[in-house]
Design a protein around this ligand. Sequence first.
Ligand SMILES: Cc1cc2nc3c(=O)[nH]c(=O)nc-3n(C[C@H](O)[C@H](O)[C@H](O)COP(=O)(O)OP(=O)(O)OC[C@H]3O[C@@H](n4cnc5c(N)ncnc54)[C@H](O)[C@@H]3O)c2cc1C
Length: 235
Amino acid sequence: MERQTEYTWKVNDIQEETPQVKSIYLSAITNRPDFIAGQYLTVKLPNLGPVEGKAYSISSMPHEALIRITVKKMGTFSDALLSLKTGDILTTSKPYGFFYPDVDGVTPLVFLAGGIGITPILSILKDLSHKNDPRPLFLFYSNRTEQETVLQNELSVVAEQNPHLSVHCFITRETLVADGYIAGRMTPAHLQKFVPASTSADYFLCGSMDFTKSLWKTLRANGIQQHQIYTEGFF
Ligand SMILES: Cc1cc2nc3c(=O)[nH]c(=O)nc-3n(C[C@H](O)[C@H](O)[C@H](O)COP(=O)(O)OP(=O)(O)OC[C@H]3O[C@@H](n4cnc5c(N)ncnc54)[C@H](O)[C@@H]3O)c2cc1C
């Protein structure tokens, strides 16, 4: 039997996360594809963007009935997505991607997210927590401003529920930051301070291409082997 590669969805709900970012909740019109936390869909809009669509990571958990993507306003395509209304119909690919940890791994996992790059990482962190995965989890999440720190409430909830997860939020364009935030860029010194045995962990980097490239180089220069680093660059 031919494997299904396209899916049709109805926009079930839309939530504004920040003035630039909305979460779009999708319900499958026919069948809903399974996915692994960390994967993405390519969304297709008629007469807009590449024929294969544009990629959006799934920010919800695999067992949830609705699939959620969280979109930041960047250019024409994201603008069109952010203009969708409840009840609109859209088409996507099946879920793709290899940005996820081993199911049976035991290595501590360190996640480095830049801005909207939190989307697949939130899905992974919530899914691992939901499954009571015992691995130590560390999130380093960088944003320009506190206001741009999307999905912060969900991160706080999951960090409260999962004693193995520690969350460190960085703000790069403000010097006076609220309690719980760190002003400035994340550096190797932060990793060494917060992650015991930081050289034996696996690393998951997600954000803009500049963010992922620069942190990949930093990790490599600090003794992390190539096979320990997973990247998802948004372009
Ligand atoms: C695997 C994958 C997963 C993705 N997941 C998400 C997601 O969960 N949420 C989301 O909002 N986007 C995600 N993206 C990015 C998304 O596919 C589009 O590229 C994005 O929405 C911009 O498309 P656009 O047509 O609106 O803007 P464009 O016209 O393509 O871009 C407008 C301007 O913004 C720049 N730009 C584009 N993306 C970024 C970025 N991330 N950081 C800095 N500058 C950028 C472009 O170079 C250009 O100058 C993902 C991309 C990939 C490859």
